[in-house]
Design a protein around this ligand. Structure first.
Ligand code: AFP
Length: 331
């Protein structure tokens, strides 16, 4: 049998690489791993149990909430309360941040999208959980909004769980990216994709084409170039799945702004920042068209941003087209 390394074992080994590590971050990652296993179980029986379908309420962004969204949100909060390392959370499903009063002096806060792509649940398409971990800014006591409104560069760890043909957890603590596949027979995430790097080859683009007419001309030109170069087009409509494919196969995923929605659709704190940290750690880039995603200032929890993420030279190209366009308009 090949040497199996479980997620918990891997986290412990990595912790030993940091001489002064206290184990708090490791504890948090293990909590998220546990929540991911339970969510995976629930997602897999979505068609069996009466848990799929609309919950009859809207989230902070005015979108329909699925029952599984709420279940995943509650599970993550419960698991993060457990180990005592997290003093507060913010998530797509909550209008404002939620202090964890029992852990009010803990060092970390966690921001997450419990089930991204949840409009795909009922049609059995891949969905995911995305998370970002930050050190709190406030000194102690109940956490504050400023603890959550940090730039993406301040993330100490980030990752996602993809509930697809298998369940995978991919994360970084700023020292490369590693992927673990859930072996349901033993209930463990096992290291399956060590030290992931974006491949050199990049001939896939991913965007919701129905927005084409409303994208700015520079983005339209970039898409036209992809088509002219016979790039493959792939679009799942679950950001985790689209970014995961981009991470493993190379290429670019885009959710640009449109004339109707100049900031696009995707959320900075719990979609764009964590996935940008992962992609950068694997050798790629993430931009809003003119600025690095990880350096965009956050001024509210549910802030949106356009995003171009993936292989560096493709992100550079779209940025160059946008920049040329801006200069032409200015002169
Ligand atoms: P849902 O969670 O409402 O399904 O939205 C998913 C998502 O936030 C992201 O995962 C996708 O990349 C994007 O929206 C898809 O949006 P479009 O349906 O506009 O292409």
């Amino acid at each position: 049998m090949k040497n199996l390394i479980t997620l918990d074992e891997f986290i412990i080994r990595r912790q030993k690489d940091f001489p002064f590590a206290t184990g708090e971050l490791s504890g948090l990652l293990r909590d998220i791993g546990l929540a991911a296993k339970i969510i995976s179980r629930e997602v897999n029986k979505a068609g069996l149990a009466d848990i799929s379908g609309l919950a009859g309420q809207e989230n902070a962004s005015g979108e329909d909430v699925q029952k599984l969204d709420i279940l995943a949100d509650n599970l993550l909060i419960a698991c993060l309360k457990n180990s005592g390392e997290c003093c507060g959370i913010a998530s797509e499903e909550n209008d404002t941040f939620v202090p964890i009063l029992g852990n009010k002096d803990a060092k970390y806060i966690v921001i997450f999208d419990p089930l991204d792509g949840s409009s795909n649940i009922d049609v059995n398409v891949s969905i995911g959980t995305i998370f970002a971990i930050y050190r709190r800014q406030s000194v102690a006591g109940e956490c504050l909004l400023e603890d959550f409104l940090q730039d993406g560069v301040e993330q100490v760890a980030a990752g996602y769980v993809l509930y697809g043909s298998s369940t995978m957890l991919v994360y970084t603590t700023g020292k490369g990216v590693n992927g673990f596949t859930l072996d349901p027979s033993i209930g463990e995430f096992c290291l399956s994709h060590p030290d992931i790097r974006l491949p050199e080859k990049a001939d896939t683009y991913s965007v919701n084409h129905s927005g084409y007419k409303e994208f700015e001309p520079a983005v339209q030109k970039f898409i036209d170039e992809c088509i002219d170069q016979d790039f493959k087009f792939r679009y799942v409509g679950s950001m985790v799945a689209d970014v995961h494919r981009t991470l493993l196969k190379g290429g670019i995923f885009m959710y640009p702004g449109t004339t109707k929605a100049p900031s696009g659709k995707l959320r900075l704190l719990y979609e764009c920042n964590p996935l940008s940290f992962i992609i950068e750690q694997a050798g790629g880039k993430a931009s809003n068209g003119s600025q690095r995603i990880l350096e965009l200032g956050a001024y509210k929890l549910h802030q949106r941003t356009p995003i171009f993420i993936g292989s560096s030279h493709l992100v550079d190209r779209v940025e160059a087209l946008i920049q040329t366009r801006v200069l032409n308009v200015e002169h």
